[in-house]
Design a protein around this ligand. Sequence first.
Ligand SMILES: [Fe+2]
Length: 472
Amino acid sequence: MTTLVQTINPYLLGGYAPVGTEIEAERLEVIGEIPKDLNGVYVRNGPNDQYPAGGRYHWFDGDGMLHAVHIEDGQVSYRNRWVRTTGFQRESAAGTALWTGLLEPMNANPADQPLKDTANTDLVYHNNQLLALWYISGKPYRVDPCTLETLGVENFRGKLRNNVSAHAKVDEHTGELLFFDYGPRPPYMTYGVASAAGDLTHVVPIDLPGPRSPHDMAITEHYSILFDMPLFADQEALKKGRNKVKFHRDIPTRIGVIPRYGASESIRWFEASPCYMYHTINAWEEGDEIVLLGCKVVEPEPPDRGEGELARMLQFLRLDARLYSWRMNLKTGAVKEGFMDDANTEFPTLNMNFLGRPSRYAYNVHIAPDPTLLFDGLVKYDTVTGQAWQHRFGPGRYGSEAPFAPRQGATAEDDGYLLSFIYDAPSDTSELLIIDARDMLAEPVARVRIPQRVPLGFHACWVPGENLPRAR
Ligand SMILES: [Fe+2]
C-alpha cells in the first residue's frame, strides 16, 4: 500500500529520486572545450536505493552509488555503479529490501546488522584505490577508480579491528590515511593511521565522556584533530525511552589535538564555544598555533517543523552553516575563534596538495533557501583576505560537492578546475560542469551532457590521471 508520505516523499522525487540502471557512455557531448591540462577521474558518492525500503524512505538510507566522469585527452566518459556492500548483496540475493530505514524501528532489520552499512557517504583515494565510506562508521569498501568495480572490504591486510567513519584523510605528502571510528560503546572513538602501502601502522582508543556523533576530522603535518561536540542524546528523554538529539548549549566543544602517532594519553583537548560542525576545510601548524577552518552549523538543534511524518522527514535536512576559524595555542591552551563569512556554505573542498598545510583557498557549495538540501552555486573563499566569489548554477539547477582538480603543471594553489554534477530540474537531466577556479564569475569552461540523470548526492573526489593505477 502506498501511503501519502510515500507519494510526496521528497527523497523519491525530482533530483533525489534514485536511478535503477548502471551504464557506461563514451565520447560524451561537450559544450565548450575540455581543457587539455585536465586529466583524471571525478567520482561522486550518494544514496540510491536498490529496492524500495519497506518503511518511510529517508535520503540517507540509500545504497551507495558512485557516478564517475573520466577525462582523458579532451575526451569524456561516464559510468555509474553501486557499491557492492554486504547489505547490497544480501538484498540483491533476496530480491527485495531487508532493511527498513532510519525513520523506522530497527527491530525488523537483520539482527546481525541493525543498520545497513551502505558506504554511501564519502570517497577517498588511498593506495591506488577508492575507499567508499559511511557516515555512521562502517567498513571501508575498496573500489577500482576506473571501472568502479567493488574490490572488497579494506581491512589493511587483516589488521583492522574497528570501523572507519566518513572523512578519513589522505596526506598527499606521505600517502598515509588518517581515520577515526565512533560508536555507542566506550571508548566511543578510535583513531588510526594506515601507511601509503596499506599497512595499519597506528590505532589508539580516544576516550570520550559518552557516545557522540562526530562527522569529520582534520590533519596537520604532525597532528590529527578530533572532535567532541555537545550534540548528543538527551539523557532525560532517554530515561523515558525516547531517543532525541539535543544540543547542550552549556557544554563546550572539545577539539582534540593528537600527534599523528600519539598514544591515547597524548591527546590535548582545547575547549571552544559549544557548536556542531559537519565538515572541516583544513588545518595547519602556524607558530605556536594550530589553525582550523570549518563550516560551523548556526543552529545545531534542528528547528521544530511541526508535527507529522513529512515534518519529521525534513527535520534532518536543513543545513545552515558559516565559514569559521579556530586558532588553538599549543603553549597557552587558549582558543581564538570566530565567523569569517555570513553566507550559508558547506561541503568544502580545497587543493588536496595543501591538506594539512597552510592553505588560502576553499571552495564551498552555496546552500539554497529550500526545505531540503540543495546546492545552488559554488563559493570560492580567499581565507586570507576574506574575499569571496560566487558561481551560481542558475534557476532550477543544483550541484554537487565540487572537488578541486589542479591543472597539470600548476604551481599556484588555485590554478585548476572545479568539477560538479548539475541536476537541471526543468529538464530532469544532468550535466557535468568544469569551472576555472581562478575565474569563478565566468561561464563554465565546459559543460558535458551526462546520458542519465545523476541524483543529488554527498561527497566527491578528484583522482589526477597520473595517480591512476594503469598509468603507473
Ligand atoms: Fe560529510
